[in-house]
Design a binder for this molecule. Structure first.
Ligand code: NI
Length: 148
């Protein structure tokens, strides 16, 4: 959140038991106040995949675990990522044990493209797990962002 962003206060009514459970949840999640926890929940709800348009430009990751002994799988995965080279920013590969590899692919592009890549990965034989998570990219507001 930018420092200039204006905050609006509003009251929320909760049943006692629900707020008790919620307070326990936010402590477990490491929040120090309810407001930040509510803001994050709201942002997460707005990023529900069903709410994003497929032509929207998003950034995110595809996290996957696969068995590198599965026939041809490593080269199929490499081929696939080359086919989507406009969407793939970077890949991190971790050798989990003798058989399994963890791969994290940073992606950016139209949601439809990223979903296509994810779907093609998850159906491959030997891929035990593949998950796409994305966050919305504001293309107009992008230029005002800076790192110190
Ligand atoms: Ni490996």
């Amino acid at each position: 959140m930018s420092e200039k962003e204006e905050l609006t206060r509003f009251g929320v009514s909760f049943p006692a038991q629900l707020i008790e459970q919620f307070d326990q949840y936010i402590i477990e999640q490491g929040y120090t106040n309810r407001s930040e926890a509510f803001r994050d929940l709201a942002r997460r709800a707005l990023l529900e995949p069903s709410r994003l348009r497929s032509d929207q430009v998003v950034a995110g990751t595809i996290v996957m675990v696969y068995d590198h002994h599965a026939s041809e799988l490593p080269s199929i995965l490499t081929e696939l990522q080359h086919n989507f080279h406009h969407s793939v920013i970077s890949t991190m590969h971790v050798h989990l044990n003798h058989d399994q590899c963890l791969e994290v692919i940073a992606v950016r592009g139209k949601l439809s493209e990223l979903r296509a890549l994810h779907q093609q990965i998850q159906v491959l034989k030997g891929v035990v797990y593949a998950e796409l998570s994305v966050t919305f990219v504001d293309e107009q507001g992008g230029s005002s962002h800076s790192h110190r």
